[in-house]
Structures are given as structure tokens and as C-alpha cells.
Design a protein around this ligand. Structure first.
Ligand code: NAG
Ligand code: NAG
Ligand code: NAG
Ligand code: NAG
Length: 783
């Protein structure tokens, strides 16, 4: 069930809060082996072992249960499929449930994570936009290339790359930085010559995948960095693609395509395969990327949400952060349901998706004279005459009919009913282009893809195989009514190309995953939104733009949507910030992006939410929409060091063993200097009044670092709240030096407990800079 009404979010939250921490491990199967990621305490290696690899492997050997009647000498050698030594320490091994349990009790073993499957955060269908207006005209300075940009290397964990794309043309680039230690791995369809000064590294990680699903079929799948899916090529090009003039998809979105950091380098880590992405492979890629020397990691995939210490990607990202690497992840496409976020750790930058000011209009002209505007990326051999009218049919209007979103699924359309007609299909869970294919196969001549409440007015343009137009929920209702009540209902579809200057924009995408972050309510997530709807970027030569096997078209660029597309925008902008401010920590870069984000659209109204046609909240857009030009010069930053993140974890009621997952050098320990998790020096403020009604005053502490002019005076402005008085102390911060740190307190006193969260903001202003933090105030319902 999709939730649309805002107040319902809160009811869901209070229910979920209790269920959340009771997720049990999957059922036990004593004999079958599964992959487990085993985290080891590196510092506990006995001296008798000369190296860590031997020690890890002897630990695994010591718990193996040898099947009695089987001679299996060769097999045990393959129990260990990965050894991790950098961002993470330990191994991935094939173990039975019982062996895993035994291993968990061994000294030196910190944690065991069962293998989990991750998914790519894309909706896998073309949508709308061209590239150069990703960022407003006023920020063109971000694009002017600097020599230092060439030093930044972004690791992209994805499906690999299609190296022949012009987006990876390295003409004019300087030699690969000397500090780079990565490699160009080869295999079917990928040779050393496929790497260059743009794609500086390409590696594959498949042991977890093969262990789970069997050997890769090299006839049908490239066991090499070559991308046969398209997703990895698209995300890598969005991060750092070289400029390509005249890029377009079948004529749509024509313009110059370029990545956010066109001079930065790409290292492709292929972790996703035809059968999915597996955590042991992802972990190995992060571990390797850290040693290779990446500066930024772009990870457009996610799994379920679990506690920090149980989430192997979160643990690996912690290790990467300790090494100074900025980690940007997609928030997930679980919206508009509340509490649908993934990748919520505070040391990760969690990116949601929003629209841009460009779309691809198409019209539905009904027999009753009405014309409705929707969107489409259709261009193909099947044509509808604009002067003719075609019968139109909707099969979901009877109350006895099945769930409308199951309309137009494979095998559900009767050729006798739909042949020669335009079919109205409700947008549902199956890929939208697939519905078009089903209509085509049943003899339909066109499709109207109708949004339901779950998608509201969010329009997703697709590269359909049949003439098709997507329409918003309100208009869809009228069209369906007409088709179900008029005995001779007719329509025709017209495709109008590319339109720019769409208002309002940006708008938060309906599919973008929403907060609150139940792992820690005190950490507001997502962190920000970035363009993720209808993004044009490079594409694989192995698949058509609809990704359907039946699609024989080949295109150089494709238009996709998803938080998978918004994450690489932030990764690329982070690379630019890293190049200009090499001394900034990952937290400083995130702070700059968050405190300069905007929360108003191009009509000067508050950002809207396309799922509910209402104003979006920080649970939908975090700090707001990225504003790269301003992020270069944020004035103040909220910095956080690795030890601070550990202090945050020390407030999370982890057992010493669970905490050790993060303190692998074991010389880092809790100083317990953080009074509450809300005191982590995060650039967002989430105030959580507990369920005890006698607590009416909460104080959060923050420290800002002056990265603007040495002498600057900042004044605080805070928005009013119905349920609380808010006071900032001191109200003025007077800086006299560069990089000076000053602290302030923000005190919340309950006036009247509110049933739903309240939203607002705190802004520090010096006349030039506006350093804004979103504020959420939550009163947990009394027990
Ligand atoms: C790369 O771009 C340059 C300049 O635009 C062009 O001359 C060259 O042929 C391109 N290289 C490849 C491999 O396509
Ligand atoms: C509803 O179903 C009945 C019986 O299957 C059918 O006769 C009727 O035409 C349907 N009505 C609409 C509006 O599709
Ligand atoms: C912890 O130990 C590691 C390696 O043993 C060392 O590099 C690091 O500086 C130590 N950290 C602290 C806080 O002592
Ligand atoms: C609130 O009440 C709880 C028990 O009901 C008590 O333990 C706590 O000390 C009280 N807190 C304050 C601030 O009075």
C-alpha cells in the first residue's frame, strides 16, 4: 500500500519503530553453504602467524565441519572467496549455518554478516532531461575546468562501463596521477586499451555472485568490466563524462552531454551482474578502491535497512570515510512510502531525486475534443495519424476488476479486445516499458500510461516500443471516465519533442525514498536531493534504450530516472569540491552541499512533492536541492572526524562487540563526550522529544568552522514552531581567523506536544553567505 497523505507517515512511523528492531535472520538450513562476510579484529592476530591472510584462513578452517561420506579436499580451499584488508578486515567465506555460528564465537572474530543481495536504484526506463541545465546558469564557474580537477578519481560501483562511449574519450587529458594504484582488468570484450586517461581503472568482483548463483555463463554475460546493462555507463558518465556535442536519445534532449566533473577520472568497479549485486562483492570493491586511491565513491545501489553494525556497506563506508574518501549513495526508489530509505549511516551522503526544468511533452486528443498533455520519449516505426481517431479502451473500471496496477501485465490482454486500439494502462510495479510491450504484442496501436495515487502528477517519459503517453493522476481519471462511459471512445497521440523551462521545478520525485530514518531519528535523512528524473547520459551498446530484450534499437545515450541517477550528480560535484578544497574532509564536503542547498523552486515557492501535489518536507528532500556554485564557498562548515562518528555510535546502545565492528584498530575507543546522538555535529538538526512527557527542554550543540573570510560576523535566524520555543545561544558568532571554530547551542522548549513532526530551519548569515540547516522537531507519542 502506498501512503500519500502526510499525516499517515507519522502513524506508520510509530508502528514501524517497534517492528524494526526485531528483524530475525533467515531460517536455518544446516547443510547448505552460504556466503558469510566475517569481520576480524586485525590487531588480535597472534604472533605465530606471519600475515593476516593466513590467520583469517586458519580461523575459517578451524570451524569447518567435514561431511563424513564425502571426499572434498579441493572444496575447502575455495571456502574463502575474498580477503579484505583495507576499508574492512576479514574474509568472505562459504559456510554452513552451523559453521558460521561456530566462527562467530571465535576470538578475534568481530562480526558475521550473511550475504545480502543489493539492487540498482534505477527505474530502468527512459525519462526526461538534457544535460547542460543540470545546474543553473549562475553556477557556470563550477564547470570551468581546473588543473586540480584532473587529480580527483571517482570510484563507481556499478555494472561496469561501455568504454567506446564518447563520454569516456580522454583527448586533451593530462597523464594519470602518480598516486593512482588501480588496475585495468581484462576479460571478454575488455582489453587494456579500453582503459585510458578517463577510465583509469576497471575491476570486476564476482566471487560472491558465482557462489550464490553458479558460474557466470561467459556466452551470455561479459565476465569483464564491459557493461551490458547500461546502468554503470550512465552513472559513470554522469559523474565525470567528457563533453559530447549533439548528444540525444532518438532526437530527444539534444545538447552537449557532460558529467558533473568533466575533468575527473573514473575507476569502474563492476559489482552488479545479470543476477544481481552481492554484498561480499560490494565490500571487496570498496576495500580495493580504498587501496587503489579513489577520492570519491559513487554507489547507486542499496539493500534493506538494518542497524549500522549489521550493514556491511555501512561498515565499509565507515572505513572509507576514515581514509578521507567521500561516499555518496542513492537513497532508494521506495517512495512515496515513508520510512523507505536505505544507506542512512551519518558518514554516508544519502541522495534523493528530483525533477529538472526539462520534459518531453506529448498529447492525448480525445474524441470528445479534450486535449491532455503528458510526456513521452516514443520514436519508432509504429505511427499514429494526428488526424485520425483510434478506439480507446480501459479494462480496469469494473469494481470487480483486479488491482488496476496489475493491468497490462504479460498475458493479461485479450487480442480480441485490444487489437487496433489505444489501451489505457495504470502505472504499476512492473517496468513501464514492459506494459507498452504487452500492449504491442496484443495488437494495440498505442498506450496511455495512467498515473495512480502512488505517483500523483510525477511524469516519467519512457522510450516505449509502442506509441505511448504518460499522464498524471488527475487527467488520467478524466480519460478513464471517458473511455469507460462513452460507447465509442476514441483518441490519438501526438509527440512534441523536448521542452525546457518547466515550472515548477525542481519537484521531489514520487519514487524518491523518504524519511524518517528509523535507525537514528536524530540523524535527518535523506541528506539532499539532486536531479534524478529523465537524465540523459551515455549508454551501453549491448541493449536498446528500453532495456527490453525485444528492443533492437541501439543508442549512444539514454534517458533514465532513479535515485541511481541523482547519486552520481552529487559524487561528481563532490569531486569538484575536493579538487578545489583538497583539505576538506568528507563531512566538510557534505556540509557545504547541505548548508547551501535551496528549498524553493523556480516559481519561488517551497519545493513540492510530486506524489502528493503538496509541499515537500525535510523527510522528502533533506537539506534541499544541491546548489554546486554556492557549495564552493559555503562560509561555514560543520566538520565531523572519524572519532566523532564513533562517539555517535557510542550513543547507539551497541554492545562492545558490535562497536568493535567500527573500531577495528581497537585503539579507538568511546570517550563518551557526546551527550546524545543529536549532538553529532551534523549540518541538519533533528530534535526528538522522548515519550516521557516530563522532558520539555532539549539542547543541541554544534560547532562551525570558518572557511570564508577571516573576519566574519554571523547572525542566527531560526524559524518559529507551533509546538516549541527555540533559542540560539549565542545569536552572533564573531570570527577573527580562517579555520576558526566557534560553538553554539540551540535550545528547544516544548510549548505543546504535537502529534506530527514540525519542520523549519536555522540560518547563519554574514551578509554574503547563508548557512542553512533544516530542523525537524518530533514528539514521540507517550507510552
Ligand atoms: C576523441 O575525441 C577527439 C576530439 O573530439 C576525436 O578526434 C577522436 O577521434 C575521439 N576518439 C575516439 C576514440 O573516438
Ligand atoms: C464490466 O464488466 C461487465 C461484465 O464483465 C461488462 O459487461 C462491462 O462492459 C464492464 N464495464 C466496463 C465499463 O468495462
Ligand atoms: C591506531 O593504530 C593505528 C595502527 O596501529 C595507527 O596508525 C593509528 O595512528 C592509531 N590511532 C590512534 C588514535 O592512536
Ligand atoms: C521523568 O520521569 C522519569 C520517570 O517517569 C524519571 O526517571 C525522570 O528522571 C524524569 N525526568 C525529569 C527531567 O524530570
Amino acid at each position: 500500500m502506498k501512503m500519500v497523505e502526510k499525516p499517515e507517515k507519522w502513524q506508520v512511523l510509530t508502528l514501524t519503530i517497534f517492528m524494526f528492531f526485531n528483524i530475525a535472520l533467515s531460517a536455518k538450513t544446516p547443510l547448505t553453504k552460504k556466503t558469510y562476510i566475517v569481520q576480524m579484529d586485525k590487531s588480535a592476530k597472534p604472533e605465530s602467524f606471519s600475515n593476516h591472510i593466513d590467520w583469517y584462513s586458519s580461523k575459517v578452517q578451524s570451524v569447518l565441519i567435514k561431511p563424513e561420506n564425502q571426499e572434498d579436499g579441493g572444496e575447502d580451499q575455495q571456502r574463502v572467496i575474498y580477503t579484505y584488508q583495507n576499508a574492512f578486515h576479514g574474509v568472505a567465506a562459504r559456510l554452513s549455518e552451523q559453521e558460521a555460528e561456530r566462527l562467530e564465537e571465535q576470538d578475534g572474530v568481530l562480526a558475521i554478516f550473511p550475504e545480502t543481495k543489493y539492487e540498482l536504484h534505477t527505474t530502468r526506463s527512459p525519462l526526461f532531461l538534457g544535460l547542460e541545465p543540470h545546474v543553473r546558469a549562475s553556477t557556470t564557474n563550477v564547470w570551468s575546468q581546473r588543473v586540480t580537477d584532473h587529480d580527483v578519481i571517482v570510484g563507481v560501483l556499478d555494472t561496469g562501463v561501455w568504454p567506446e562511449s564518447q563520454s569516456f574519450n580522454d583527448t586533451g587529458m593530462t597523464p594519470v596521477p602518480a598516486h593512482w594504484k588501480g588496475a585495468c582488468e581484462t576479460g571478454r570484450g575488455f582489453t587494456k586499451s579500453n582503459c585510458n586517461k578517463k577510465i583509469v581503472g576497471a575491476r570486476i568482483f564476482y566471487h560472491g555472485y558465482e557462489a550464490a548463483t553458479g558460474k557466470i555463463n561467459e556466452q551470455t554475460e561479459f565476465k569483464s568490466p564491459r557493461d551490458q546493462d547500461g546502468h554503470g555507463t550512465h552513472t559513470a558518465a554522469t559523474v565525470a563524462g567528457s563533453p559530447v556535442r549533439g548528444a540525444n536519445l532518438l532526437g530527444y534532449a539534444r545538447g552537449t552531454a557532460r558529467g558533473m566533473a568533466p575533468s575527473a577520472r573514473i575507476a569502474a568497479y563492476k559489482v552488479c551482474w545479470v543476477g544481481g549485486c552481492f554484498s561480499s562483492d560490494i565490500l571487496s570493491a570498496v576495500d580495493r578502491a580504498v587501496t587503489d586511491g579513489v577520492n570519491v565513491l559513487s554507489i547507486s545501489l542499496g539493500g534493506g535497512v538494518s542497524s549500522y553494525y549489521r550493514d556491511s556497506l555501512s561498515v565499509a563506508a565507515f572505513g572509507a570515510m576514515e581514509m578521507g574518501i567521500f561516499v555518496s549513495c542513492s537513497a532508494g526508489n521506495g517512495g512515496p512510502d515513508p520510512v523507505s530509505l536505505t544507506n542512512v549511516s551519518p558518514w554516508i551522503t544519502t541522495v534523493g531525486a528530483s525533477t529538472m526544468d526539462r520534459d518531453f511533452p506529448a498529447t492525448v486528443k480525445l474524441g470528445n475534443g479534450r486535449t491532455i498533455t503528458g510526456v513521452s520519449l516514443y520514436r519508432g516505426r509504429m505511427k499514429l495519424s494526428t488526424n485520425k481517431q483510434y478506439p480507446v479502451v480501459y479494462l480496469g473500471s469494473n469494481s470487480t476488476s483486479p488491482n488496476p496496477s496489475s493491468l497490462c501485465l504479460e498475458g493479461t490482454l485479450d487480442r480480441r479486445v485490444v487489437a487496433g486500439k489505444i489501451v489505457i494502462c495504470d502505472r504499476g510495479i512492473s517496468p513501464r516499458v514492459q506494459k507498452g510491450e504487452v500492449v504491442k504484442e496484443a495488437g494495440g496501436v498505442g498506450m496511455i500510461l495512467a498515473n495512480t495515487a502512488a505517483n500523483g502528477e510525477e511524469l516519467v517519459a519512457d522510450c516505449h516500443l509502442v506509441p505511448a503517453v504518460a499522464v498524471g493522476e488527475n487527467e488520467a481519471r478524466g480519460i478513464k471516465h471517458y473511455a469507460s462511459t462513452s460507447p465509442r471512445a476514441t483518441a490519438t497521440l501526438t509527440f512534441l519533442g523536448t521542452r525546457v523551462g518547466v515550472r515548477p521545478s525542481p519537484v521531489v520525485a514520487a519514487f524518491s525514498s523518504r524519511g524518517p530514518n528509523l535507525v537514528s531519528l536524530e540523524i535527518l535523512k535523506p541528506d539532499m536531493v539532486a536531479p534524478g528524473v529523465n537524465i540523459l547520459a551515455a549508454w551501453t551498446g549491448a541493449l536498446g534504450p528500453s532495456s527490453l530484450p525485444a528492443d533492437r534499437r541501439r543508442v549512444k545515450f539514454n534517458i533514465l530516472s532513479g535515485t541511481s541517477m541523482s547519486c552520481p550528480h552529487v559524487s561528481g560535484i563532490a569531486a569538484l569540491l575536493k579538487a578545489r578544497h583538497p583539505d576538506w574532509s568528507p563531512a566538510a564536503i557534505k556540509s557545504a552541499l547541505m548548508t547551501t542547498a535551496y528549498v524553493h523552486d523556480n516559481t519561488r515557492k517551497p519545493l513540492q512533492d510530486s506524489s502528493a501535489a503538496s509541499i515537500s518536507t525535510p523527510y522528502d528532500h533533506g537539506a534541499g536541492h544541491i546548489n554546486p556554485g554556492r557549495a564552493l564557498d559555503p562560509g561555514l562548515i560543520y566538520d565531523i572526524e572519524a572519532q566523532d562518528y564513533l562517539e555517535f555510535l557510542c550513543t547507539q546502545r551497541l554492545t562492545p562487540t558490535q562497536l568493535k565492528v567500527f573500531t577495528k584498530y581497537s585503539n579507538r575507543s568511546c570517550k563518551n563526550n557526546l551527550a546524545s546522538p543529536g549532538d553529532l555535529n551534523y549540518p541538519a538538526l533533528s530534535v526528538v522529544f522522548p515519550d516521557r512527557t516530563n522532558v520539555s527542554v532539549l539542547t543541541l550543540h554544534r560547532t562551525v568552522t570558518n572557511v570564508g573570510p577571516a573576519v566574519s560576523n554571523y547572525h542566527a535566524i531560526v524559524s518559529p514552531f507551533k509546538g516549541a520555543y527555540v533559542k540560539v545561544e549565542p545569536r552572533t558568532l564573531k570570527f577573527t581567523k580562517a579555520n576558526q571554530k566557534l560553538s553554539y547551542k540551540i535550545i528547544f522548549t516544548t510549548k505543546s506536544r504535537q502529534a506530527v513532526p514540525e519542520f523549519g530551519g536555522l540560518v547563519w548569515k554574514d551578509g554574503v553567505h547563508r548557512v542553512r540547516s533544516p530542523i525537524v522537531v518530533v514528539w514521540l507519542p507517550p507510552l
